[in-house]
Design a protein around this ligand. Structure first.
Ligand SMILES: NC(=O)c1ccc[n+]([C@@H]2O[C@H](COP(=O)([O-])OP(=O)(O)OC[C@H]3O[C@@H](n4cnc5c(N)ncnc54)[C@H](O)[C@@H]3O)[C@@H](O)[C@H]2O)c1
Length: 253
């Protein structure tokens, strides 16, 4: 049966792969993203999607967007709290308070606003699935990435708490933890790390692969496959879990 799926940060990368994956099995898609140009591209490519420019850290914008979805659909089956940003890199003594809170704001506080809305609707329905995109950084530490790591660990705490609060109402809550995902975002990270380390981007790419048991990167579609599994009847007893899609991280780069 067709499900109603909402995705934050859905106009590129993993979020867009989620949208295309769910749409491919006949689901209805609503997504938001702070990048207006990316939203315009999605609208052009997928006129059947609801796609809006919304900042997940802005409560009035989020409340208005979520109210429009509620009015249009009357309920929600799957919510993917996926919007994220890498934030600043550096030793903690060099990190600026505003940059720290901006990173935690998108990754963690944005998920709070999304989950708060989903909780109310799903509890009333007695059904639903919340998927939170965390990261392998959400169960490992990564030197010089403290705001991102702290935010992703925080999301695990949010997921575990919501799984306990909502489980008795028949609502499942899980986290998906991607490893290094091929795409523009990680290309920017690779370039930055290669410059910092004085080596080539290919050497950095190889380090990421070598840090996993499968000696590989993953794709956005690999991550979307996990979301589709978790939203399927095969996962009906899976809640409160971090599902890593990372080829098994042995060591972080
Ligand atoms: N790419 C990776 O290797 C990787 C690894 C682990 C976890 N993740 C996580 O996966 C999620 C998706 O990342 P991605 O790799 O697809 O990167 P991406 O940059 O392609 O996608 C993130 C999307 O979130 C949007 N966004 C950023 N700030 C926002 C805001 N304030 N409000 C609304 N939208 C906002 C961006 O515009 C972008 O479209 C993130 O939570 C990220 O932390 C990514």
């Amino acid at each position: 049966m067709s499900q109603r799926v909402l995705i934050t940060g859905g106009a590129s990368g993993i979020g867009l792969a989620f949208a295309r994956g769910f749409a491919g099995r006949g689901d209805r898609i609503a997504l938001c993203d702070a990048d207006a140009a990316a939203v315009a591209r999605v609208r052009g490519a997928h006129p059947d999607f609801i796609a809006e420019t919304v900042d997940v850290t802005d409560p009035p914008q989020m409340d208005a967007f979520l109210a429009r979805i509620e009015a249009a659909w009357g309920g929600i089956d799957v919510v993917c709290a996926n919007a994220g940003t890498g934030g600043p890199a550096g030793r903690i003594e060099d990190l600026d308070y505003a940059a720290w809170t901006a990173c935690v704001g998108v990754n963690l506080f944005g998920a709070f606003l999304t989950c708060r809305w989903a909780e109310r609707l799903m509890r009333a329905q007695g059904s639903g699935l919340i998927l939170i995109t965390t990261s392998t950084s959400g169960f490992h530490a990564v030197p010089h990435r403290s705001p991102y790591v702290a935010a992703k660990w925080g999301l695990v705490g949010l997921m575990k708490t919501l799984a306990m609060e909502l489980g008795p109402s028949g609502v499942r809550v899980n986290a998906i933890a991607p490893g290094a995902v091929e795409g523009e975002r990680m290309e920017r990270v690779v370039e930055m790390e290669a410059r910092a380390a004085g080596c080539t981007p290919d050497e950095i790419r190889a380090q990421y692969a070598d840090g996993t048991s499968l000696r590989s990167w993953v794709t956005s579609d690999n991550v979307a496959d996990m979301a589709l599994f978790l939203a399927s009847p095969a996962a009906k007893r899976v809640t409160g879990q971090i599902l890593a899609v990372d080829g098994h991280t042995e060591r972080m780069v």
